[in-house]
Design a protein around this ligand. Sequence first.
Ligand code: FAD
Ligand code: SF4
Length: 490
Amino acid sequence: MTERWLFGDQLGPHFVDDPEQPVLMIESRSVFARRRFHRQKAHLVLSAMRHRAAELGARVDYRQVGNYREALPDRPLTVCQPTSYAADRFVRGLPRVQVLPARGFASSREVFGEWAARRGRQRLLLEDFYREARVRLDLLMDGSVPAGGRWNFDADNRESPPKQPTLGAVEPWWPVEDEIDAEVRADLDRWERDGQVRFVGDDGPRRFAATRAEALSALTDFVDHRLPGFGPHEDAMLAGDDWMSHSLLSAPINLGLLDPVEVAERAEAAYRSGDAPLQSVEGFIRQIIGWRDYIWHLYWHFGADYRHQNALAADESIPDWFAELDQDGEVQARCLSETLRGVRTNGWVHHIPRLMVLGNYAMQRGWNPEAVTDWFHRSFVDGYDWVMVPNVVGMSQHADGGLLATKPYAAGGAYIDKMSDFCGSCRYNPKKRVGPDACPFTAGYWWFLDRNASRLEGNHRIARSLSARHRLADLPAVVDQEQNRPDSAP
Ligand code: FAD
Ligand code: SF4
């Protein structure tokens, strides 16, 4: 059987065809030397690769090298389609490498291509893609109708947080580090000391699953204890509760340790046995077979140049306090300081702080979307090219002019105040637009709209807000204030 080359995000059993298949794995230090990754991301990826190699034992040829090319053996290999344009181009240019279809997603490229072609000139709506996936995979279906008679429980899943410091969910499952983690930590320390690599963020206990067994434990624990609370507060944020009821499964799924269909099936089983409500299970399955796959396919569908889109002509650079994850504790805007603390200490925050705090601020300030994508990619444990490019360029920065999301995800302090407990003890006031305690998000929102009014003019979903700005007597003062807001931390 031809040897299988496994990339670092192809680590589960479904990336080999047979338990006896010989395997090649390449650990390339140049990946970490080229870009400044979060320390915990480098740790997780190396730990997961080395754990997989230890499991494979004599079947694996594990090569630790400076770069990929110098490590490639002179013999035939097969590889499942890699997950970035750069890696895909690379493997397809190699003479003895056969590229197989991608694995690790709930729908194939063909299925998506056929669906997109059928849409013709209609928008590629997530909702339609997701419903077809439910039917095709027979997930949460009662015959030909959706379980509970409804496809979508989104409207029930946007509740404000309860007025308490934490959601009260059971503590997530955490891995226990072992000697492989100790070895990874020692290597990263040495490389950093030798000046070969530089990291951002804190080192810390490994928080995310790095082996198949750990990933299954994390999945079981989530489904048994936390899935029932996943739905209603999916979008809420609490300063004292970093994890809420989120699954923390993006990292192990993106490492290839879990297959998304098995994850969705486990969630459905909890609904069928009466252990989790439909609203939560539907919300979760929508993320896994809907959003995740949709983002994956759009990465390829929009093409290699999509990453360079900059429809809002945003060219400002990212200031140091943000790039360094508020390492020096300068940020006083509580939503930003708490979110950056989460990224710094865990390499992870959930979807809403990514979209409505970090991404929202970056877009309001006009930071360059490619730089923002690169920052997200490097700073998050679950960040990979395929998932960051559409999520940042399209969803969060509206840099594609509305191909992915119909309106920019821009919001002022009122949204953050409604969905979090950040504002109560912030030095800024979410209701104020002008003055020393003007909320940078509220003022930034109006400045963003005003600055981009002509670019957003045809967008009917934002038309009301655009015209509402003319009713603000203090708009010139807001614009002046925000234009001159220093680059220093708010
Ligand atoms: P849960 O809230 O438990 O959701 C369940 C699963 O749904 C996730 O594990 C993930 O696999 C999937 N999912 C949900 N939404 C998305 C989405 N938009 N794109 C892809 N998968 C999704 N997710 C990543 O996996 N990697 C990234 O690099 C990434 N970058 C993001 C950047 C921005 C600006 C935004 C707005 C979102 C990004 N996401 C990314 C999506 C989402 O925020 C994370 O998947 C989620 O927060 C991970 O935590 P979790 O596993 O607890 O998710
Ligand atoms: Fe963030 Fe504004 Fe609320 Fe402060 S007042 S936490 S800056 S939204």
